[in-house]
Design a protein around this ligand. Structure first.
Ligand code: SF4
Length: 441
């Protein structure tokens, strides 16, 4: 069998019996499990589950020997049990997830979904991006349409006014978002920039005290995170993007360690650390696993997973390495590594997951409503319909009594003629913040 992501794996020697079995906790069943795991640790009881830990050696072999569905499902069972206990998979287990066969994909999604539902039920948090300053960045991140030397035809503008930023946030909140992400291009903010954004945070919080505000301004210096927290910001986003080993391949103007330091500054100031990754930049499986494990080690409680949007005019133009199946495996791997984190399905979902977006919602607990920083997402109505069709509930956030019901309730008051395009490709944002055109929210 050939995975959609690459050549058929080489089958290793021998085959294995299931290491984890869902069963009634009878003495007979426990006895069988002890026999299977002989000499490799005792089975544990997890509610109605009896779990026999999969030793690292087996996970190593599973990473190569994954064309037996029983072996794949045994791995998934172990990952679920670990995830419910907020235990990280081993590196080998995480690699094995990325190398599962297409035939096992639905079982993988179901397993990751069990971990997702354990903490988040069927709730989906909607985020709304406000690009406060677009383009003209002095940094050279290869994946970014706003980078130094980019010839991508994206919107370029300097800081939005406080009034315009609050108005943009309002549009997202009225569309159902319960987290607003204030983002500005650049290496990092000046103290004047921090004061400017603090006023925006204050303005949004005055209108919407229950809405979370996450700020993303680049690398922070001493005291800046504290000032944003004092202004009312809830979270700070700064993505690691890829592994430490390969970071120099995607950026030369700052280092991986700079990014780690900023996430730690945010957390130290009491801001919720939001940090994620970008897949599809030519990275290896090992890079993806390493960055996911690093995000867990950093204590990121919000993890955006982006799929590269390869703008013309950037070094990664034309890089379309991802398949929808690959995207699902990546999301599942991150879910298992960060089982309690708010996993945010971010840029590129429409063009890479395409018709498999509904399956991704079984794994993640959060999506971005409407448009991204420099590209257009699918119509906001299509996002809400996606949630309604899957039986998901919009998460009203920590200040609310609970989810407000299915978003299908909202579709009745929206324009039914607004239909998302199913054509893959990059659509540069030409509406919302920085334009005179109504936002997609
Ligand atoms: S620092 Fe941010 S805005 Fe600037 S090039 Fe890198 S990702 Fe883009």
């Amino acid at each position: 069998m050939v995975s959609s992501d690459g050549p058929a794996p080489t089958r290793g020697p021998g085959s294995w019996r299931k290491a984890t079995t869902r069963c009634r906790p009878t003495q007979r069943a426990v006895g069988r499990l002890v026999q299977v795991g002989r000499g490799e640790g005792e089975p544990r009881r997890e509610g109605s589950w009896v779990v026999n830990p999969l030793p690292a050696l087996r996970a190593d072999r599973l990473a190569q020997d994954h064309d037996d569905p029983h072996e794949a499902r045994a791995l998934f069972d172990v990952l679920v049990a670990q995830g419910l206990r907020d235990e990280s998979p081993t590196r080998a287990q995480a690699l094995a997830v990325l190398r599962t066969d297409d035939d096992d994909l639905l079982d993988l999604v179901a397993a990751a979904g069990r971990v997702r539902r354990h903490r988040f039920g069927r709730r989906v948090r909607l985020n709304y991006l406000v690009n406060l300053r677009s383009g003209l960045c002095p940094e050279d991140c290869t994946y970014c349409s706003q980078r130094l030397g980019s010839t991508a035809q994206v919107l370029t503008y300097s800081w939005l006014s406080t009034e315009d930023a609050v108005a943009a946030a309002r549009a997202g909140v009225e569309g159902g978002a319960r987290r607003v992400c204030l983002v500005a291009s650049g290496r990092g903010p000046s103290d004047r920039d921090v004061a400017r954004v603090s006023a925006m945070v204050d303005g949004i919080k005055r209108e919407h005290p229950d809405v979370e505000v996450c700020v993303c301004l680049g690398l922070l210096r001493d005291g800046q995170a504290e000032r944003l927290a004092a202004a009312g910001a809830d979270a700070y986003n700064h993505n690691l993007n890829t592994s430490e080993a390969t970071y120099a391949d995607i950026c030369t103007t700052h280092e991986y360690a700079d990014r780690v330091e900023t996430v730690e500054r945010a957390r130290g100031a009491g801001l919720s650390p939001c940090s994620g990754l970008i897949a599809g930049m030519g990275e290896s499986d090992e890079d993806l696993v390493d960055v996911a494990l690093a995000l867990r080690d950093l204590g990121a409680d919000s993890v955006p997973v982006n799929f590269l949007v390869p703008f013309d005019g950037t070094p990664l133009a034309g890089t379309w390495d991802l398949t929808p199946q690959r995207c699902l495996r990546i999301l599942a791997m991150v879910r298992f590594v960060c089982p309690t984190a708010e996993l945010r399905l971010a840029a590129g979902r429409e063009v890479h997951l395409r018709s498999l977006q509904p399956l991704a919602l079984e794994i993640v607990s959060s999506i971005f409503l409407g448009d991204y920083l420099t590209s257009e997402g699918q119509a906001a109505q299509a996002d809400l319909d996606l949630l309604a069709d899957g039986g998901f509930e919009i998460d009203e956030g920590p200040g609310a009594a609970g989810a407000r019901g299915t978003p299908g309730d909202r579709s009745e008051v929206r324009d039914p003629s607004v239909v998302a395009s199913s054509e893959p490709g990059v659509t540069v944002r030409r509406r919302g913040p920085g334009t005179a055109v109504a936002p997609n929210a």
